[in-house]
Design a protein around this ligand. Structure first.
Ligand code: SAM
Length: 214
């Protein structure tokens, strides 16, 4: 399959959609220096899965300017769930907060400003959905804790998991090994059922199984 052709077709067919796009979101954002955010097809997938499963308690690791958080919150707002999102760059977090307010979703989001590597191991709260989109080097390091705080039946979704097969700029090559480690951890974990989706830079979607059926 020619994924460039596929992406062009999908982007074109959605161009009349009234949904908030990544481009519009970035254009409205004053701060211009931030780490890239998810693509529109990943935002559509997250919104759809949230619409279907209605997770009460969502954890996002890696907020940036809050495009993915806002996209998810637009659906969470419809049924009254909550999103906790973690970002350690204070400038970017401040911009994300402004973006939540301008989208009218701030009441459904708790923004934790700090290092996910320190915050996650201390977390006791349990989540129905965890969206992992932080520094890729943290993916394997945070895996056990993500599994611990994910409820049975909960979803673990991680972005950028197809880095190993993408034509990445040389400066990102150091991120391939941790992603490979993370993918192995997810795929070989007896507590998870998973699959890859070739959207964005590759999503892995996993569900935590009922322990009795292991
Ligand atoms: C890929 S961006 C997140 C994009 C966002 N999910 C979206 O699509 O709108 C990753 C973010 O994680 C933040 N980050 C990186 N390492 C972190 C850490 N150790 N703790 C908290 N945030 C971190 C970066 O500053 C960056 O803004």
């Amino acid at each position: 399959m020619d994924f460039n052709k596929i992406n062009l077709y999908i982007n074109d067919i959605y161009k009349k959609s009234t949904e908030l796009t990544k481009r519009e979101f970035i254009n409205k954002t004053q701060l211009k220096d931030f780490v890239p955010v998810i693509d529109d097809d990943v935002a559509r997938f997250l919104k759809l899965i949230i619409k279907i499963t209605k997770p009460e308690n969502i954890l996002e690791i890696g907020t940036s300017i809050g495009y993915s958080t806002t996209s998810m919150a637009q659906i969470v707002k419809e049924y009254g769930g909550k999103i906790t999102t973690i970002e350690y760059d204070e400038k970017v977090a401040a911009q994300a907060k402004l973006n939540f307010i301008s989208a009218g979703v701030e009441d459904f989001i708790e923004l934790k400003i700090g290092n996910a590597e320190k915050i996650i191991p201390d977390m006791e709260e349990k989540f129905d959905l965890i969206f992992q989109d932080v520094d890729k080097r943290l993916y394997p390091l945070l895996f056990d804790d993500c599994l611990r705080i994910l409820k049975t039946g909960g979803l673990l979704i991680a972005e950028d998991t197809l880095f190993p097969v993408l034509d990445l700029d040389e400066r990102w090559h150091c991120l391939i090994e941790p992603i490979e480690q993370f993918n192995e951890l997810v795929v070989n974990c007896l507590k998870l059922d998973s699959t890859f989706l070739p959207i964005g830079d590759g999503l892995i979607v996993a569900v935590k199984k009922d322990g009795r059926r292991l």
